[in-house]
Design a protein around this ligand. Structure first.
Ligand SMILES: [Zn+2]
Length: 97
């Protein structure tokens, strides 16, 4: 299993934790589709980044024919591809309150 050569850290300024989560939304232009990353962060910073990412999503402008789903939380696993990342819907609901 190929692993990245270095760990990915939380994007919060001053946070030294490893990023265990990816906040991302499914983007599509009708032909191609991919997981668009909003944030990579640790568990502690998740509530804040989920909130920020949802706000960013609402403000995002799309070209005609493009769709972008509201960002959700995915567990990051080193060496894994986006398409098999596990989505943590229970955690999203909990953080949304
Ligand atoms: Zn953090």
């Amino acid at each position: 299993m190929p692993m990245p050569p270095y760990p990915i850290y939380c994007i919060t300024k001053g946070c030294k934790n490893i990023a265990g989560y990816k906040i991302a939304g499914r983007w599509s232009d009708g032909v191609q589709s991919e997981l668009k990353t909003f944030a990579l962060c640790c568990e502690e910073c998740l509530p804040r980044w989920l909130h920020t990412s949802r706000a960013k999503h609402k403000a995002s402008r799309l070209a005609p024919g493009e769709t972008l789903d509201p960002p959700g939380i995915y567990r990051m696993e080193r060496g894994r591809r986006d398409r098999i990342l596990e989505r943590l819907e229970d955690l999203e609901k909990k953080l949304e309150g």
